[in-house]
Structure formats: structure tokens, C-alpha cells
Ligand binder design. Structure first.
Ligand SMILES: *Cc1c(COP(=O)(O)O)cnc(C)c1O
Length: 407
């Protein structure tokens, strides 16, 4: 009998030797932006729960009410029999929140990106993709079958050069993260919109880390930079600041109708659980009614950046040159501005070792390695939340000062 997968152990060993093997752990969420892993309590600076809504009792109450009425699973895809009144109301809530005609839900943000990009363009088209875009955007570009042009982060001249050569394509789409998830910097959305308009291209923006965090009303980076009307498609996730699960697009009726018909992950996946929709509605209401949550997150971000900046950063510290971009709020490519603060350390082992030492000091911080980030830029990635109080932040600063030379 043939034994499959005989090749795998050696490949896994290779990953381990390169410092790239990933290990899973069990995390127990605790109140106040904390968690417990292997019996050790720590502050969680590795979550995307920017507003602390994942543990908000109002979300749990809304979910429980829907749960007792509708049960757990949605039972079918949305178009077949899975779209309950909670789905419809969440779609309407999202459309109103975003100031759009209509909205469509996806099982995840990943599915929203892949399904939307692949529904908008095909082999006759060309897509321009920032090199540091989230994997789901890149996968959507690949799946679409469109010609793909990758431009280097912040190198808009090269994007323009490529666009100039792209007039023969039927459609041109520029795809970007709003807040880059591993660098914490904003996309130059105004400039991208200027360029797009000049070359008759459309812009798709992934607001995964922007929604609920940026903008006067919490709609995201597009609102913050005043480009909501100039961007063709904004993709949102319910799984980060909104504290639940799922992806969505809010937009003009024709776009939403098109996606209902043509977006395969939406058509061929089971609808979100109704309880999740109920919780997401509660979260949107909180985001609209309690701007002070957002304000607290921003105060936390300012506090941590100020404290980290207070430590002098000597030049020529022997680290690689791309360490520049590590410096929180000072980087070659722009500035980390929101709740994500990267500290680039270089090799994967350095990032994992620093993570372990931070855990010993009661702080969970993500160690990010290739292929999530480019070779040589393994890093610590700090994610801040409105759930953290000053004790948590101070413990993080103290731990970073001990563990990372010149954070
Ligand atoms: C997390 C993330 C997604 C995927 O969202 P999920 O809802 O977790 O699938 C998409 N884009 C970016 C930039 C992200 O960080």
C-alpha cells in the first residue's frame, strides 16, 4: 500500500531549521485585553480586537438572543436558504453605516477580498497590487486570472510607469490595504486615487484594520483621508475592530447585485451564523454611539509611541538597513500611525526569541516571520486595543526596554 506524505517530515524539519516552523497554542481570553497561555497570564498585544468589542457583553447578549431563536448554524448559503432576518438587518446596518445603497456579507474578510477581486476582473484585465498587500488580496488577484503587476510599497512612480503601459487592457484595478497589517502604515490613498483617475483605473481598498479605528465616524482610512467617494470598492472585515467574524462590501446597488451573482466564495459558502450577525450589529451601534472607545485606543497608541520614542535609537546598531522601517512611527516607507507598531528585528530566530522573552515578562506580542513579511524583516508586531489600561501599556513598555535594545 502506498503511504502518502512521506516527504513531509523532512520538509517540516527544514522549516524548523530555518526558524520558520509555526507552532499552535491554546489561548484563553481574559478580561481587560489579557489572556492565558500554558498557565501563564499575559497582556494580549497580539489581537486585532482594537476596541475590545470581542468581549463586550452587549455583543454576547445580542448573539445569545439570536442563538436561542435561530440556532447556531445558518444551514445553507445565503442565496439558497441561509439568509435570515439577522443577515438582512446587518446588511442594512452596514449600508447605512457606510453611507451606501446596499451591502453583501461574506464568511470572512479573506473570502470578501478573494471573491470580490475575482468577480471584478478577469483575463482581459490588469491588476496592480502593492507588494506588501495582505495575502487575501494577492490571492484574489491570482485567482481572477488578470495580468498582475506588483508595485513596491510606496513607489508610485513605478505604478505610474506600469499604468502608462496598460491602456490596452479592458479594465485596470489598483488594489491596496488601507492600513498595512504588518507595517502599520497607511496607504497613500489620495495619491493612488489621483493616479487612478489619470489612467482610468479603479481603486479597491481593504479596510480590515481601518474600520472602527480611523475616521471621524469610524468608517476607516478612506474616511480619514477623505477619499471615500473616489475609491471604487472598500472591503470591510467584521473580525477585527468589530469583534466578530465575516467580511462585507457596502456599495452602489449595481456592484452589490453583481457580487451576489458572481462572487463564488459568497455563492458557494454557508452564510454567517445569525448570532454573529446580531453581534456585529451591536458592535456597529457601539462604534457609532461611543466615539470615546476610539479615542481611548488612540490615547493608548500615542502613549506607547511617545514612550518608545523617548528611548534614543543609536545609528549603526549593527542591524540590517531595513531596520529603519522598524522604528515605530519613523520608517523609510511612511509612518506606522494606528494600533499596529512593528519592531523589525531581521532574522526569524531573533523575532521568536524576543517574543519568548516578552511572554516571560507578561506580554504577548506577535512574532511575524516570512512568508508573512519579506525575508530579513522578521519582526515583533504590537497591536494595541482600547481594552488595555495604563498598567498593561506600562508593562509592555518596560518589557520592550528590557528585551529589545532600542525599541
Ligand atoms: C485579517 C485581514 C483580512 C482577513 O480578514 P478575516 O476576516 O480575518 O478573514 C483581510 N485583509 C487584511 C489586510 C487583514 O489584515
Amino acid at each position: 500500500m502506498r503511504t502518502p506524505f512521506l516527504w513531509m517530515p523532512a520538509q517540516l524539519d527544514l522549516l524548523a531549521t530555518a526558524g520558520l516552523r509555526r507552532e499552535r497554542r491554546v489561548v484563553r481570553p481574559l478580561p481587560g485585553g489579557a489572556c492565558e497561555i500554558d498557565g501563564r497570564r499575559m497582556w494580549n498585544f497580539a489581537s486585532n480586537d482594537y476596541l475590545g468589542l470581542a468581549a463586550d457583553p452587549r455583543l454576547a447578549d445580542a448573539a445569545n438572543a439570536a442563538l436561542s431563536e435561530a440556532g447556531v448554524g445558518a444551514r445553507a448559503s445565503a442565496l439558497v436558504a441561509g439568509r435570515t432576518e439577522w443577515h438582512e438587518r446587518l446588511e442594512q446596518t452596514l449600508a447605512r453605516f457606510e453611507g451606501q445603497d446596499s451591502a453583501i456579507l461574506f464568511p470572512t474578510g479573506y473570502a470578501a477580498n478573494v471573491g470580490t477581486i475575482a468577480a471584478l476582473i478577469d483575463e482581459e484585465d490588469v491588476v496592480f497590487c502593492d507588494r506588501l498587500n495582505h495575502a487575501s488580496l494577492i490571492d484574489g488577484c491570482r485567482l481572477s486570472g488578470a495580468k498582475m503587476r506588483v508595485f513596491r510599497h510606496w513607489e508610485l512612480e513605478s505604478l505610474e510607469r506600469e499604468l502608462r503601459k496598460a491602456s490596452e487592457f479592458r479594465r485596470r484595478l489598483i488594489v491596496t490595504d488601507a492600513l498595512f497589517s504588518m507595517d502599520g502604515d497607511l496607504a497613500p490613498l489620495r495619491e493612488l486615487c489621483d493616479i487612478a483617475e489619470r489612467f482610468e483605473a479603479d481603486v479597491l481598498v481593504d479596510e480590515a484594520h481601518g474600520a472602527g479605528v480611523f475616521g471621524e465616524h469610524g468608517r476607516g482610512v478612506c474616511e480619514h483621508l477623505g477619499v471615500e467617494c473616489r475609491v471604487a470598492v472598500r472591503v470591510g472585515t467584521l473580525s477585527k475592530a468589530i469583534g466578530t467574524l465575516g467580511g462585507f462590501i457596502a456599495g452602489p446597488q449595481s456592484l452589490i447585485d453583481w457580487l451576489w451573482n458572481k462572487s463564488r466564495p459568497q455563492v458557494f459558502s454557508t452564510a454567517l451564523p445569525p448570532a454573529i450577525c446580531a453581534a456585529a450589529m451591536a458592535a456597529i451601534e457601539i462604534i457609532q454611539n461611543e466615539p470615546e472607545l476610539r479615542a481611548k485606543l488612540w490615547r493608548n497608541c500615542e502613549f506607547v509611541r511617545r514612550e518608545l520614542d523617548a528611548v534614543p535609537r543609536p545609528l549603526g546598531s549593527g542591524r540590517e538597513s531595513n531596520v529603519d522601517r522598524a522604528a515605530p512611527s519613523r520608517s523609510r516607507y511612511g509612518e506606522s500611525v494606528g494600533p499596529i507598531i512593528p519592531i523589525v528585528l531581521g532574522g526569524p530566530e531573533a523575532a521568536v526569541a524576543a517574543q519568548r522573552k516578552l511572554e516571560e515578562r507578561g506580554c504577548l506580542v506577535a512574532a511575524i516571520r516570512p512568508p508573512t513579511v519579506p525575508q530579513g524583516t522578521s519582526r515583533l508586531r504590537i497591536s494595541l486595543s482600547a481594552a488595555h489600561d495604563e498598567t498593561a501599556l506600562q508593562q509592555l513598555i518596560d518589557a520592550l526596554r528590557e528585551v529589545v535594545p532600542n525599541p
